[in-house]
Write a protein that binds this ligand. Structure first.
Ligand code: ADP
Ligand code: MG
Length: 618
């Protein structure tokens, strides 16, 4: 039993309803009639629980429902509006089943009656068909109370009669409250009539006493992922706009991930470059009292398990390079060798064998390619080359033989020799005493797996009179520092890009909601709570972000491989490849979710403050 107690409603201090008291029966048609503007619709909105701004109380079975209107609507009320209030971007079926999206409903036979309409598009429906849908929707929800605001207002007399007939049937097992100004129809079908004028009830006629036929409750069924489905429908209802948003966000995400990926890759490449000039695993050493290093010490160092190779530089002999002619030194046909100390033990050979004799050498792949120009690499094997060394003013050559080519491309031209090979070979050429050489600087190559600083610590302990230093670490550090700064700047800009596109989404979603507020209000009439609506709005934004993320991931991976193809084609450099960094992707994606939540605050606040009654009037 529904009861209105002292209902007063004001619009800007104008009393539209003045102390309305009505006790409704459990079933039958109760009509409210009166001239236009007397407050009928206002009263109906209050009864329907879509207007919460009134004084007085609304009681259902003697309990006030004023403070839980959403649940009251959801469980007890259904509507038929004069303008039908169908949601154009949902399908016919979804429109009819709208209440089920927010509350499990009894399985209804009604859907079967849709037959011819089911496949039709909402916008193609005629007025009569829309009326039928609105009616089916109100029936779909077997509520206790059915509210009809001028349900026949836009129908011809024949259809009006049909609708009233249907309402009469409905009124056998629920309360139908009807607002109309068609006095003739009302008098023909109503069980009870209230007449209103200027916000007051001025007359009450009781025509019949209907008896309620109770329905057996049936099993209920609900729609799964209902909010998700509604939000997807909403997203698809403005495809062009959604696509623009997805595209915009996608571009900003790509901007930020590429910025980060390229800068990290570039940093790694630069550091690799530095270390290819001065190997990352190398340690330089010298005696602290400027005494000469000795071959014995070098050999002792070579015995350490984590040292791959130890070598020293003879102070007075300068390596000028290698050439194929041995008659006399000519700078123009001599290839300067930047590195002749690196170890080769852990390198694979492209062709040839490892050296067995002091005069046998390997060359790096890049150096070999340079040496043989366009001819076959294998022509280099067993070829004689002359290594030119200068001592004071004389230049003499050591005769080397190339026995193999490593698979390593090196930044500097490189030959690999056996331990101190050149020291023994030079002794023959220049005729010096090998025990009496002077060398102040040596270099060590540490196993890649061992920690350089630990090795230095150990060496420093074992050889306190030597000084050991990491090579290249300070340069690499300063590159890292510089790149860090560059990255910070790039990050700030990319962050701004992503921020602006997310706020654009917030803005567009806001406009979306403003545009759709009537549809949202309709959902509220059919059982949606404010929280339901907020979820739909939020899901729609999240779907945009998710779509953008999927597209960006696909584009990102493709662009990286495209870039790598270009790099290897154009630069003929296959040592450098961009790496897709999923850590960066993950961070950016999490960040975009955080930001989207922030950007959704204005639209969500709008939903929170949405005035259902006003929105329905739009
Ligand atoms: P009816 O349905 O009986 O034609 P309404 O209930 O729609 O009348 O309106 C009753 C009165 O309240 C009218 O005078 C109308 O001008 C006024 N009114 C309705 N809605 C608003 C509103 N949002 N703001 C101010 N006045 C309103
Ligand atoms: Mg009205």
């Amino acid at each position: 039993m529904l009861e209105l107690k002292h209902i007063v409603k004001r619009y800007d201090y104008q009393k539209v309803l003045d102390d309305i008291n009505i006790v409704f029966p459990d079933c039958g048609i109760v009509s409210i009639i009166g001239p236009s503007g007397c407050g009928k619709s206002t009263l109906l909105n209050i009864i329907g629980g879509i207007d919460d701004d009134f004084q007085g109380d609304l009681l259902l079975n003697d309990k006030s429902v004023k403070n839980h209107l959403a649940s009251y609507r959801r469980h007890h009320v259904s509507f038929i509006f004069q303008q039908f209030h169908l949601i154009m971007w949902l399908s016919v079926k979804e429109n009819v089943a709208l209440p089920q999206f927010f509350h499990p409903q009894e399985k209804q036979q009604i859907l079967l009656d849709l037959d011819d309409l089911e496949e039709a598009k909402m916008k193609d429906l005629s007025l009569g068909q829309r009326q039928r849908l609105a009616y089916l929707r109100s029936r779909y929800h077997l509520s206790d109370i059915l509210l009809c605001d001028e349900p026949t207002g836009s129908l011809d007399p024949e259809h009006s009669d049909q609708v009233m007939q249907l309402l009469k049937e409905e009124s056998q097992n629920r309360l139908v409250i009807l607002v109309s100004h068609n006095k003739e129809l009302v008098e023909k079908y109503s069980d009870e009539i209230y007449e209103m004028k200027d916000g007051n009830i001025i007359a009450h006629h009781l025509l019949h006493m209907p008896i309620k036929h109770f329905n057996k409750p049936k099993s209920t069924s609900k729609i799964y992922f209902s909010h998700l489905r509604l939000s997807l429908s909403s997203l698809l209802s403005h495809k062009a706009r959604s696509f623009q948003l997805v595209f915009g966000l996608c571009v900003s995400i790509l901007c930020i991930v590429f910025t980060l990926t390229l800068s990290t890759n570039l940093e790694q490449e630069l550091i690799d470059y530095v270390y290819s000039l001065v190997p990352a695993s190398s340690i330089s050493f010298q005696t602290s009292n400027h005494e000469s290093l000795t071959l014995d010490t070098i050999d002792q160092l070579n015995d350490y398990s984590n040292i791959i190779k130890a070598e020293m530089y003879l102070d007075d002999y300068e390596f000028l390079g290698i050439s194929f002619t041995g008659e006399r030194y000519q700078e123009s046909n001599t290839l300067f060798i930047g590195d002749d100390t690196s170890p080769y033990d852990d390198l694979q050979l492209e062709i040839g064998t490892y050296p067995n004799e002091n005069y046998e050498i390997l060359v790096s792949l890049s150096t070999a390619k340079y040496l043989c120009q366009d001819t076959d690499l294998s022509e280099l094997i067993d070829k004689k080359v002359y290594g030119w060394y200068q001592y004071e003013l004389t230049v003499k050559a050591i005769e080397y033989k190339i026995v193999g080519i490593t698979n390593q491309s090196t930044t500097l031209d490189t030959i690999y020799t056996m331990n101190h090979a050149y020291i023994y070979l030079l002794a023959d050429v220049y005729d010096y005493d090998i025990t009496n050489i002077s060398a102040s600087l040596g270099i060590l190559y540490v196993n890649k797996d061992s920690d350089r600083s630990k090795v230095i610590e150990q060496l420093q302990n074992d050889y306190p009179s030597y000084q050991f230093k990491e090579v290249g670490s300070s340069t690499a550090q300063s590159i890292s520092d510089t790149m860090q700064q560059v990255r910070m700047i790039l990050l700030v800009f990319s962050f701004l890009a992503i921020l602006s596109s997310l706020f654009l989404i917030g803005e567009v979603m806001f406009l979306n909601i403003v545009q759709k507020k009537k549809d949202l209000a309709i959902m509220k009439c059919f059982g949606a709570s404010t929280w339901d609506i907020m979820r739909i709005v939020l899901y729609e934004s999240l779907e945009i972000v998710l779509l953008a993320q999927i597209f960006s991931t696909i584009l990102y991976l493709n662009c990286i491989s495209l870039l790598n193809n270009i790099v290897s084609d154009v630069l003929l450099n296959d040592t450098f490849a961009f790496q897709a960094d999923f850590r960066i992707l993950a961070i950016v994606y999490i960040l975009s979710y955080v930001l989207i939540f922030i950007s959704q605050i204005p639209p969500l606040l709008y939903v929170l403050r949405l005035n259902t009654v006003n929105a329905l009037k739009e």
